[in-house]
Design a binder for this molecule. Structure first.
Ligand code: FES
Length: 71
């Protein structure tokens, strides 16, 4: 699905950028150009980045033991 029509950026493009370390709208804009035209994609782009961040946090929580190994 296209998120940024002005620059032809899809949801998958934004998810790919997030996986490569893009974690803000300013970085996304500089990497892809998304949000730098009319700006109507801003809210959706933010949602996709936030969704990726929350999924990443869940992943990190899975890797972090809740109790020390030698307690
Ligand atoms: S739709 Fe993204 S800048 Fe216009």
């Amino acid at each position: 699905m296209y998120v940024c029509i002005c620059h032809g950026i899809t949801e998958k493009d934004i998810q790919k950028a997030a996986r490569s370390g893009v974690n803000s709208i300013s970085k996304l804009a500089s990497e892809t150009g998304a949000t730098t035209g009319c700006g109507s994609c801003l809210e959706m782009a933010e949602d996709i980045l936030q969704q990726h961040a929350s999924q990443n946090t869940d992943f990190l929580q899975i890797l972090t033991p809740s109790k020390p190994y030698f307690a």
